[in-house]
Design a protein around this ligand. Structure first.
Ligand SMILES: [Zn+2]
Length: 162
């Protein structure tokens, strides 16, 4: 692929068409960008795929972060995007990890087709995280992100590339 772009650039410079060279450079940078997005995606197990891609739900009280309160950051299992700080985690007693606030812009809200609930996704890669509920008054944020443990990965404070 790189060789192909290289020879395209070579042909264009012979023709002396600056706009064409520019267009090829744009194509090249888009290609590099797309490749790096693909490279960052982690390969998922069957169960991760069921939840993260097919929007499934793990059984309550079974996820590894349900009863887990260490200091650190929770990132997207698939693309590594930081989603929640442990500071935002609270015990809602519902059987899934609960957070009252995401990092700014990290989570996308999408209404469920039935109009009953609001789905939450990783804003970067679209991985299904769970659902968000408001008005329950658990914390002062009055918001509960109900997240599948399998959709996220915990990085202990001071570890990883934070
Ligand atoms: Zn992601």
């Amino acid at each position: 692929m790189n060789q192909l772009i290289h020879s395209k650039l070579l042909i264009c410079s012979c023709r002396n068409s600056l706009s064409q060279i520019y267009k090829n450079l744009v194509d090249l940078s888009l290609y590099i960008e797309n490749t790096s997005i693909i490279m960052e995606m982690r390969k998922l197990t069957k169960e991760e795929e069921r939840v993260i891609i097919h929007k499934g739900t793990e059984c309550p009280f079974t996820g590894k972060y349900d009863d887990f309160f260490q200091k650190g950051t929770y990132v997207c299992k698939r693309c590594g995007q930081p989603l929640y700080s442990s500071e935002a985690k609270f015990d809602a007693g519902c059987g899934w990890p609960a957070f009252d606030k995401e990092f700014p812009g990290a989570v996308k809200r999408v209404p469920d087709p039935d109009g009953m609930r609001t789905e939450i996704e990783c804003a970067k890669c679209g991985a299904h995280l769970g659902h968000v509920f408001t008005g329950e008054r658990f914390t002062k944020e009055n918001t509960r992100h109900c997240v599948n443990s399998i959709s996220i990965e915990f990085i202990k404070e001071g570890e990883g590339n934070e």
